[in-house]
Design a protein around this ligand. Structure first.
Ligand code: G4P
Length: 532
């Protein structure tokens, strides 16, 4: 198969939602419809959760929060579909943001009773930054929820995106009868059967077909006709171009728990979603059809086997063909590396692969050399842009509770921060370590993992900083002067860049006003800007 054909075959997307909207349930149902898993059980049949989805880490099982991001691939209608799962919990937002750099589109799951929630808004902001195409799935239609028109208004208002319903619900909750697919002119009837793949599809000629009355009764048929007319009038025709450019989000209604609307979603997804896209590098845009291999690491996952301290780096292939046992260049280290056991993630199985193509996500075994954001190429010198670190919001100083285990602690902290669990800053005097995160939960994760994986123990002392700002200036002298003046708020990141730990928004704006020659960056993207 040619490179172009391999690209055309692939679809790589993420499912995002506010926690509890039904992301895990929908993921499992997509795998079920894709034939990747066989058990059509209720979600909390934890067996499925453990084998098929994202519970790699012990801590995650204990908490029941989808901490890790995982990848699941399956074949459906001649396409190879890669789903990248994302943690919904806000404390792991950064992990999710990074994963979104590796997808070409997303499915956003909304709970029909709760509508747009806090985390939905934040995640969509990240999608908007990159114009990622979005499909919306309004879930839990078997439960009492909000009026469909209200939900659509809210989506448009809060997520600043236009919507286009592709199906329309008949009733909701106790009166939910099914959906009318406007795209295909058929009725999909809801039976509330949790285990069977839905079958009750009634083909009708069009919305005026008298079969409609026969199937759902006159009253519901009248309401449906009226609403569909309104929808067509208000939302106009669906434009795939506008979906692909991130301007319009097609909307589907269903109930993941009941397998309802899932097939319809999957079929449409395969039809309209984008093929693997290229990525911007510091040397220009790299097309997927560029015949030399390139890719970037967006996630590092530790200790899938707790007996070994190996890690898996998740690499998204951007261009060309990746081959096993071939030397590729890690641009940051200026070093050639080859991989004898690259793995793919076909649902619950990990298997060694010989080659992979744009859109694919592969796992590379790593003993501690990779960092988040690393670019691999066949030798060409460029770095992919767009995996920034954001300024943390919570800062704590590390206290070593077991001085005999200092080495273990240092190694553990260095590796965990390379994985992107948190950011590490060093302050003087005494090379003290400050960890910065976006959520409290990470500190628990760090403590837990240091203990279980590195046999080290530490506690944290809170530091009251508001933001970390990376500093740049045309004239390095200015930074030196600033560092001398503000020494108690100066730290260095892992790469030795100077960082100002501002104690409050007021003190930050005061520093900006006092030092107009210095730029204060709240994301680490500036590093690439300097090069690019
Ligand atoms: P998440 O990954 O987005 O956090 O959500 P998840 O799929 O875990 O679903 C959250 C809850 O919502 C689960 O119930 C799940 O069963 C339920 N759910 C998902 N889809 C539907 C749906 O279409 N209809 C209804 N009625 N419920 C749905 P739970 O009570 O939190 O847990 P459990 O039932 O799994 O014990």
């Amino acid at each position: 198969m040619s490179l172009q054909e391999e690209i055309n075959k692939r679809r790589t997307f993420g499912i995002i939602s506010h926690p509890d909207a039904g992301k895990t349930t929908l993921t499992e149902k997509l795998l079920l419809f894709g034939g990747a898993i066989q058990t059509a059980g209720a979600v909390k049949n934890n067996k499925i959760k453990k084998t098929a989805t994202s519970d790699f880490m012990e801590i995650e099982k204990q908490r029941g929060i989808s901490v890790a991001t995982s990848v699941m691939a399956f074949n459906y209608r001649g396409k190879k579909i890669n789903i990248l799962d994302t943690p919904g919990h806000k404390d792991f937002a950064e992990d999710t943001y990074r994963t979104l750099t590796a997808v070409d589109s997303v499915i956003l799951v909304i709970d029909c009773a709760n509508g747009v929630e806090a985390q939905t808004e934040r995640l969509m902001e990240v999608c908007r930054m990159r114009n990622t195409p979005v499909i919306v799935f309004i879930n839990k239609m078997d439960r009492e929820g909000r009026d469909a028109f209200d939900l659509l208004d809210e989506l448009e208002e809060k997520l600043s995106i236009k919507v286009r319903p592709m199906s329309w619900p008949i009733g909701i909750g106790a009166t939910f009868r099914g959906v009318y697919n406007m795209h295909r002119d058929n009725l999909n009837l809801f039976s509330g059967n949790k285990t069977e793949i839905e079958k009750d599809v009634v083909e009708i000629q069009n919305i005026e077909d008298s079969l409609l009355e026969e199937v759902i009764g006159k009253e519901d048929a009248d309401i449906l006709r009226e609403e569909v007319e309104l929808v067509n009038g208000v939302y106009g025709n669906f434009s795939r171009e506008k979906y692909l450019s991130g301007e319009v989000a097609p909307v589907y209604f269903g109930s993941a728990l009941n397998n309802f609307g899932v097939q319809e979603l999957l079929d449409s997804f395969v039809e309209i979603s984008p093929t693997p896209q290229g990525r911007m590098s510091d040397k220009g845009f790299i097309e997927p059809t560029h015949n030399k291999f390139s890719g970037f690491v967006f996630k590092i996952h530790a200790n899938i086997d707790p007996k070994h301290r190996d890690r898996i780096a998740f690499l998204r292939i951007v261009s060309g063909e990746f081959k096993r046992n071939t030397f590729y260049k890690n641009i940051r280290l200026d070093k050639k590396v080859k991989f004898s056991n690259p793995t793919s993630f076909m649902a619950s199985n990990k298997e060694v692969i010989d080659s992979a193509y744009p859109g694919d996500v592969i796992g590379l075994y790593d003993t501690g050399t990779f960092k988040i954001g690393d670019t691999l190429t066949e030798g060409e010198d460029f770095i992919f842009k767009g995996i920034p670190s954001f300024s943390p919001e919570i800062f704590k100083e590390v206290q070593n509770d077991a001085p005999m285990k200092t080495k273990q602690l240092e190694k553990g902290i260095a590796q965990l921060t390379d994985e992107g669990v948190a950011q590490l800053f060093t302050i003087q005097p005494g090379n003290r370590k400050v960890i910065g995160t976006v959520g409290e939960l990470q500190f628990e994760v760090i403590q837990y993992r240091l203990k279980h994986e590195y046999n080290a123990s530490c506690s944290f002392r809170h530091r009251s900083h508001h933001k970390a700002c990376w500093l740049t200036a045309e004239d390095e002298e200015k930074i030196d002067e600033f560092v001398r003046r503000k020494s108690s708020n100066i730290a260095y990141d892992k790469d030795g860049n100077t960082v100002f730990l501002a104690d409050s928004p007021f003190l930050l704006s005061q520093a900006e006003a006092d030092y107009p020659e210095i730029k204060f960056h709240t994301t680490s993207d500036f590093k690439l800007d300097k090069k690019g």
